[in-house]
Write a protein of this length. Structure first.
Length: 250
């Protein structure tokens, strides 16, 4: 018969205690999400297509194709949903790892893609030219160094965006081409789609302030709480055009 020594009993007790401690540790924090919708405040504005002359658009597209004439500066659905609205929030002590590769803004069929590019402060932007015609990248910024150079067909330009701001990006050769590089120091962000909806993933439990920006409608703010289980109530924010006699923050 095998006997259990006092030393062995002590070891077993210690192991049992360790197992009990391991199995009763608090669960890891749940990464939640913030979601919501941005809607237009007032009568839905009428949007008109961009004016694009045939001689200016020569070479932009393959034969038989036309340049997309959608005015992306104000896309509002019939039910008031606003597209291309930037929503950001900051989680305390969270660190943003800069992408190893540049953030791409392509010039394709004489439009910038995407219309809004989210750029963590300190990251590099690569302006590609996928077209068979030359383009010009002209940035309008206050805090970052400006850029105004020609980009030959099939080539690219790069710039580093150090400071937080919304940088307007245009092409002087094709005047309808317009986009924004939204440089941010926030840790989390999202952009509304055609349905006005946005989702921001990976947000820990807590109370947050949302900073909201649209290139035409200006700025807005909201607050949201993420519960311990990662859930949050949907946020709905209304944005409207500047009223006469008032000023909207830009």
């Amino acid at each position: 018969m095998k006997l259990t020594t006092p030393l062995a009993l002590t070891a077993l007790a210690a192991a049992a205690a360790t197992f009990a401690t391991a199995t009763t540790e608090a669960p890891a924090p749940v990464a939640g999400k913030v979601h919501g919708k941005i809607v237009f405040d007032g009568d839905v504005p009428e949007t008109k297509p961009l004016t694009i002359k045939d001689d200016q658009a020569k070479g932009c597209c393959a034969d038989g194709e036309k340049v997309d004439s959608t005015d992306r500066t104000m896309i509002v659905s019939k039910d008031g949903a606003i597209a291309n609205v930037v929503v950001t929030l900051t989680v305390a002590d969270a660190k943003v790892e800069l992408p190893k590769e540049p953030i791409v803004m392509d010039q394709s069929k004489c439009r910038f893609e995407p219309h809004i590019a989210m750029v963590p402060a300190g990251a590099t932007i690569a302006f590609l030219n996928s077209d068979s015609v030359s383009h010009n990248v002209h940035t309008y910024s206050v805090k970052n160094d400006p850029l105004n150079k020609t980009v030959a067909a099939g080539s690219k330009l790069e710039m580093k965006a150090e400071k937080e701001e919304a940088i307007k990006v245009a092409c002087d050769i094709h005047p309808w081409m317009l986009s924004y590089a939204y440089v941010t120091e926030a840790t989390h962000w999202g952009i509304t789609g055609a349905d006005g909806m946005f989702t921001i993933e990976g947000v820990p439990a807590g109370e947050y302030k949302l900073d909201i920006w649209h290139e035409t409608l200006g700025k807005a703010k909201a607050e949201v709480t993420v519960a311990a289980d990662g859930s949050s109530e949907a946020v709905e924010v209304k944005m409207g055009e500047k009223k006469k006699g008032g000023r909207r923050r830009r």
